[in-house]
Design a protein around this ligand. Structure first.
Ligand code: ATP
Ligand code: MG
Length: 380
């Protein structure tokens, strides 16, 4: 799929922008620092996922002094009918989500229409950062892959929130009220086990495919013969790799029960997919502890290419690719490896850089669109 037209209004430093891209596949956004290059990519990311790759507080996106920021885009597909999306964020936090001129009450009906892979220097940190960064990565990929995953995750997170509130109350209870609320906890736990097991299973399945793809892309990007594995780390305390859905559900129910007393004491739920992690193992050693900078960069790059391949294979059409300042982080060999992959027919790539040089410059000279970004305006 590809973006054909985009309009921004009061979006960060863009007062008003209308950009016609037609069938362009390689788009470079070139400009000095602080001109609006990343803001442009962020708008496309927001349109796809109703979230930002830079901030958790979406109201920051609204142009200073304005009440609403909007982004609107028309997309072309190889086989499907064209799609038009609009997303708005008000200064007071309210949102507006429109698909083909129809307002969507639920974000679960909005997110997932656009398949998009975003690569920023922050992705390098994802590999070595917090487990929540890695869960976010896998959840975003699943949100694009399975239409029901987003609402499954939302429902699960809501249950965990309610359970945690109940745990905090339980600590203060005694007598019959305690017994009654403990029964209530059991009924939460049955639902949590059911939804939690589905989340774990989905993540496991997608990771099996992604791990296989990563193996191939890593071999092509790495300059050394290294073996990379991607493993799902559940906190259920047993080997879940061969478990079916009902075994997972039982195992989660058992653990919730086993941890009940300490969960009440601490006021939060200590087991379940909201505490799970992914681990990248290079030549048998955990990457985040033992990987060199170069090895981490190579895995991050290989993972992004694997993610693109995964979505391409699943939908029989490549996703849109956003590359924010990544070439400056890669050496010439890895730049060339990335270019080889984005040269595949049909992939629409948006790349930001302060100056085009080296292999990237050669690539972006052949019939691609080079846009100059300056002070919240874009010049062709
Ligand atoms: P770099 O090369 O340094 O990454 P960039 O071109 O990617 O630069 P952006 O991050 O896109 O820069 O744009 C940053 C500019 O946008 C800054 O000057 C910042 O002050 C401005 N900006 C950010 N949020 C808002 C907002 N809500 N309203 C107006 N301007 C904003
Ligand atoms: Mg930037």
């Amino acid at each position: 799929m590809w973006l054909q037209f985009i309009e921004l209004n009061q979006f960060r430093n863009y007062k008003s922008l209308k950009l016609e891209l037609g069938d362009a596949r390689q788009i470079a956004l070139v400009g000095f620092n602080a001109q609006g290059k990343s803001n442009f990519l962020e708008s496309l990311y927001l349109l796809a996922f109703a979230s930002s790759f830079r901030t958790a507080s979406l109201t920051e996106i609204v142009q200073w002094g304005s009440t609403i920021a909007t982004v609107e885009g028309n997309f072309g597909y190889k086989h499907n009918v064209p799609l038009s999306l609009k997303f708005g964020i008000y200064k007071n936090g309210k949102r507006q989500a429109i698909v083909n001129q129809e307002h969507q009450k639920r974000l679960s009906n909005y997110i997932g229409h656009i398949k998009l892979v975003c690569f920023t220097p922050k992705d390098l940190m994802m590999l070595t950062g917090q487990p929540s960064d890695r869960r976010q990565f896998i959840d975003l990929l699943l949100t694009q892959s399975y239409p029901r995953y987003y609402s499954l995750l939302q429902n699960y997170q809501r249950l965990i929130k309610q359970r945690n509130a109940l745990l905090k109350n339980l600590k203060k209870r005694t007598g019959s009220q305690l017994a009654q609320e403990l029964d209530e906890l059991d009924s939460w736990d049955a639902q949590i086990s059911q939804l939690g097991a589905q989340i774990i299973k989905r993540r496991q399945v997608v990771l099996t495919d992604l791990s296989r793809l990563l193996h191939g892309t890593h071999a092509s990007v790495s300059l050394m013969a290294e073996k990379i594995e991607l493993i799902y780390r559940s906190n259920l305390g047993e080997d879940i790799s061969q478990m079916g859905l009902s075994d997972l559900e039982q195992s989660l129910a058992k653990q919730l029960k086993a941890k009940k007393t300490s969960d009440i004491l601490h006021g939060h739920t200590s087991v379940g997919p909201h505490r799970d992690d992914l681990s990248f193992v290079l030549n048998g050693h955990e990457l985040k502890f033992f990987g060199s900078q170069g090895q981490i960069r190579t895995v991050a790059l290989a993972l992004k290419i694997a993610e693109m391949k995964y979505l391409s294979d699943l939908f029989n059409e490549p996703p849109i690719l956003l590359l924010d300042d990544v070439f400056s982080e890669l050496d010439i060999k890895r730049q060339q490896a990335l270019i080889e992959h984005i040269q595949q027919p049909g992939i629409q790539t948006f790349l930001t850089t302060t100056h085009l040089e080296g292999p990237v410059q050669r690539f972006f000279n052949q019939g691609s669109k080079i846009l100059h970004v300056s002070g919240g305006s874009i010049f062709q």
